[in-house]
Design a protein around this ligand. Structure first.
Ligand SMILES: *Cc1c(COP(=O)(O)O)cnc(C)c1O
Length: 721
């Protein structure tokens, strides 16, 4: 099936523009603006209806259209320019990394994650963790790191969300058709059959097909159990992201960790360092220990090697959020292994044994912490929280000396900056601002940008957001006969001239999407103010098994569809990377109300900031270190309480006060030309401080300098004895 459709794109394309296929099959196009424009030129309608998927565009576009493009001088000029850049970016051996670290630049960095958010068309992510992995991969390519990523191809992806008339979330799992996505099966050396590896899971052998996705120079290998060699129930193992029970989960994690090592070995890739992104893939260390022991080393020597070359990033500040499996399950799946490792059952279990408050279990975070020589949390605050949480593993040390550092998360600027802002930055910051994005001095030039221009660009992006929201409402009216109430909730009555506050993220209860509804009368006074109205846009998915999260969503939906709020509260369905782009680029304020310190970092607020949105957030995660008193607002109650109810009250009160006394007045303070100069200067301060610092450019450089390169050097010294 796959082969035939590849042939058909190839057959369809006139030779003069045949490399469009190559471009469509490298997600590089998605963060390269002129490439996006090129595919838009191929077919504007398909560009919109496929939600920006070039493979589907090339499959769907009529041949006559392609023939015409092959003779269109303007298209050809753009085509040639794009391909020249593709070649320069991808085949050019010169990069930041090769220049800075020539002596280690040949050793691949392997990055394991259970989810990757590269693009909406490949729905193998659920939220922040996946988007971060995707952004990390893209940046690694931009900086020239020899990067190979490993994950799952979920046949049903993450679900598409719909709310029924009562606001209850329905999950739809449209099957992913790999032929319509920029994915290719990896073939065997003889070129005939697809490459398949086998992993022992308990007393079964699970066979995995390997797929490859390209992200610039980086490669992403995805495993897929949905093949004939597996029993029907085993084919489900890679069907869904975080589906099923604990038994399913441990099996998935065996595939990811151990299968992932097999895949790289099978492909002949020899990583110099191994990065475990969140504990899901921590079983990889077991296979690597086994390899060393089998090669004749003692367990202690093997451990030293594995530690030297392993990096672990933890993302979870809540004890219950860490994966842990009952010892019985570990017996079931690993009893063959401890002998091979030269360990007793006790010493084996000891690698992960931890009592997180609910009795002992085999904890994936502990396993990773013990076996990775370098570990980190994802913000300054989260580093502190993690050192405290895992202090018991290093009882002889003081808390501050627990060996868990931090690298604050960032976002991939080229993927998230709106076109209007990009043009403005090119004009007023530097034509090559994107390649110099982490130079702080450069961003200082934002102060010379005329307020009018920045405001105009922001308003333009805000309008694009509104037209996207309206178009979705129109479609739901036509295809699903949406009721007037549902239309009211969909956001079509929002006023583009009035203040818009966005809140979009996973509906986990700790994120407290309903905090703003704590005092309804006070909220109504803000929303219905005659001259200075306030509006809210909500979006986000709850995990399909998270009923409290779904109830929270229903509560908000009920406000949105209630005439009481007059259409000034909207809930936009099906939050994903596609919708996120429009929201983070279009809102005036990005609201974030997690229960501190449960937000390890958060990244959506960074995306909003580069696009001119202003953060209004609890001082948690990244904002606790980014907030400087002038670049946005911090929701800071006077006191901290142990009682959650009291804390919610205090936080809500602080939020109302900020809105009433600062946010709303500043937004509506205009000059004669209707420009809010005070607001714009806060936008500038936010862009200036967030731009160079909270990008994956800074983040991946930090991982490289603090973790990858020292690990590569240490591992090499050990190898060389
Ligand atoms: C950026 C992003 C996130 C991360 O959101 P936070 O709540 O800030 O962690 C989640 N989902 C999508 C689709 C995103 O684009």
């Amino acid at each position: 099936m796959t082969e035939s459709s590849q042939v058909s794109i190839q057959e369809k394309l006139p030779p003069r523009i045949s490399r469009l296929e190559e471009l469509a099959y490298n997600f590089w196009w998605s963060w390269h603006r002129p490439s996006r424009e090129l595919f838009k030129q191929v077919d504007r309608t398909l560009w919109t209806t496929t939600r920006h998927n070039p493979v589907q565009i090339l499959l769907g576009v009529p041949e006559e259209r392609l023939d015409r493009l092959a003779h269109d001088p303007i298209f050809l000029r753009d085509y040639d320019a794009v391909l020249m850049e593709l070649d320069a970016d991808i085949t050019n051996g010169d990069s930041w990394y090769t220049q800075a670290y020539p002596e280690v630049c040949e050793s691949p960095i392997a990055y394991f994650s259970a989810e990757f958010g590269l693009h909406t068309s490949l729905p193998i992510y659920s939220g922040g963790l996946g988007v971060l992995s995707g952004d990390h991969t893209k940046e690694a390519s931009d900086l020239g790191l020899p990067f190979v990523a490993v994950g799952f191809l979920y046949e049903q992806g993450y679900f598409r969300q719909r709310l029924d008339a009562s606001g209850w979330q329905e999950a739809i799992y449209p099957p992913l058709n790999p032929d319509e996505v920029a994915l290719r099966p990896v073939f065997c050396e003889d070129g005939d059959a697809c490459r398949v590896i086998s992993v022992r899971v308990g007393d079964r052998e699970i066979h995995l097909r390997i797929w490859e996705a390209l992200a610039g120079r980086a490669r992403l290998y995805l495993m897929d159990a949905d093949i004939e060699q597996n029993a029907p129930w085993d084919r489900q193992l890679t069907a869904r992201l975080y589906g099923g029970d604990q038994e399913m989960r441990i099996q998935q994690e065996i595939l990811l960790g151990i299968g992932g090592v097999y895949i790289l070995r099978n492909l002949g890739i020899k990583p110099g360092v191994w990065h475990i992104n969140e504990g899901h893939s921590a079983f990889m260390v077991l296979e690597r220990l086994r390899e060393y022991v089998q090669a004749g080393m003692s367990f202690e020597e093997a451990k030293e090697r594995v530690q030297a070359s392993t990096i672990f990033t933890t993302h979870t500040p809540v004890p219950a959020g860490h994966d842990a499996f009952p010892f019985m399950m570990i017996d079931k799946y690993f009893s063959h292994l401890w002998e091979e490792l030269g360990l007793s059952r006790e010493t084996f279990l000891d690698m992960g044994s931890h009592d997180g408050g609910h009795g002992g279990a085999f904890n994936m975070t502990k396993l990773a912490l013990m076996m990775a020589g370098r570990t980190n949390g994802v913000s300054v605050l989260h580093g502190e929280v993690s050192r405290k949480m895992w202090h018991s593993l290093w009882p002889e040390r003081e808390e501050k000396d627990v060996p868990i550092g931090h690298v604050t998360n960032g976002v991939h600027l080229p993927s998230w900056v709106g076109q209007a802002m990009n043009s403005l930055y090119r004009k007023h910051i530097s034509p090559d601002w994107m390649t110099r994005q982490d130079e702080k001095v450069l961003w200082g030039r934002i102060d010379d940008m005329p307020d009018e221009e920045l405001w105009e660009a922001h308003v333009h992006l805000k309008m694009k957001m509104f037209s996207t929201i309206r178009e979705r409402a129109r479609v739901s009216r036509i295809t699903r006969a949406a009721s007037p109430e549902q239309l009211l909730a969909s956001g079509i009555f929002l006023d583009p001239d009035a203040l818009v506050i966005g809140f979009a993220r996973r509906f986990a209860t700790y994120k407290r999407a309903n905090l703003i509804f704590r005092d309804i009368e006070r909220l109504k006074a803000l929303i219905h103010h005659r001259y200075r109205p306030v509006q809210f846009i909500f979006a986000g998915k709850a995990h399909p098994a998270d009923d409290p999260g779904k109830l929270l969503m229903q509560e908000i939906y009920n406000y949105a569809r209630s005439p009481e709020f007059g259409g000034r509260i909207a809930f936009v369905e099906d939050y994903d990377m596609h919708l996120a782009r429009y929201l983070v680029q279009g809102v005036d304020i990005w609201l974030n109300t997690p229960r501190r310190p449960m937000e390890a970092s958060g990244t959506s607020g960074m995306k909003a900031a580069f696009n001119g949105g202003i953060n209004l957030s609890i001082l948690d995660g990244w904002w606790a270190e980014a907030y400087n008193g002038r670049n946005g607002w911090a929701i800071q109650p006077e006191e901290m309480y142990n009682d959650l109810y009291q804390q919610d009250d205090a936080d809500a009160n602080a939020l109302y006060e900020l809105l009433e006394n600062e946010v709303v007045p500043l937004y509506y303070e205009r000059d004669r030309g209707d420009i809010p100069h005070g607001w714009v200067s806060m936008m500038k301060e936010s862009i200036r401080t967030v731009g160079p610092q909270y990008s994956t450019r800074r983040m991946v450089k930090e991982y490289t300098e603090k973790y990858y390169v020292p690990a590569l050097r240490e591992a090499r010294e050990l190898e060389e004895g």
